[in-house]
Design a protein around this ligand. Sequence first.
Ligand code: NAD
Length: 262
Amino acid sequence: MMGIEPSLHGKTALVTGSTSGIGLGIARALAQQGANVILNGFGDTAPARDAIGATGVRVGFHGADLAKSGDITDLFRYAEAEFGGVDVLVNNAGIQHVAMVDEFPPERWDAILALNLTAVFHTTRLALPHMKVRNWGRIINIASVHGQVASVGKAAYVAAKHGVLGLTKVTALETARLGVTCNAICPGWVLTPLVQQQVESRAARDNLAEADAREALLAEKQPSASFITTDQIGAAVLFLCSEAASQMRGAAWTIDGGWTSQ
Ligand code: NAD
């Protein structure tokens, strides 16, 4: 039977935004399958480096601000010089801002589009030449249920994530005859720092205890009434890296506790 868990020994994975949350979970899963991992992101990088280093693989780090295309160019120069290129690209870094369209600060719109969508274009275009030469590669875009449906107050995020699904499909078509695949994962609520901020705003807005705000958030959108875990997203990434997934091309794979079935 074809393995659903790939051996990634000798491969290099770049996971953007991997100093926390979903990105860190994905980096850990890839490292456990033997991939060398290039981490990226802001904040305290030591816990992520230590966690991935403990698996015994080679760990790199580049602190590119992915909202700046020049930084992304530097990141790929680093990947080429230190690791010989990127075989698995996970576009995960993302930010959120919640406000009604007519009150949405234009600079937040620009920042969200730059990171959540334009950066995915730049990393993809810079990763593809190496993958084409090797005739093997995996591009996995962490989109969102908000790539498929909308929510009030999330104009920039929803627009960017819908864009990511479009870019995923085009990239999949352009690589369809190669050993390179491009797919997206569309999670529902995962309890990470990004969602914790929304829990706290909800608690403040509705005068709720934090636990009640978490429950309210889930009750509104996620029929399973429980959070998806970063390990579950990591496992889906591993499947997309496997040979068994080589005909998954351009998919938008929901892991959403039933959110988009409603
Ligand atoms: P998070 O806030 O925990 O992590 C975001 C990561 O991105 C961090 O490592 C941060 O340092 C990094 N980052 C932020 N700005 C950056 C920049 N300009 N350049 C480089 N790195 C930057 O968020 P998360 O919840 O783990 O989200 C990860 C991805 O998953 C995002 O794309 C998000 O849209 C998506 N997602 C999250 C959820 C959820 O419920 N948490 C659901 C669906 C989709």
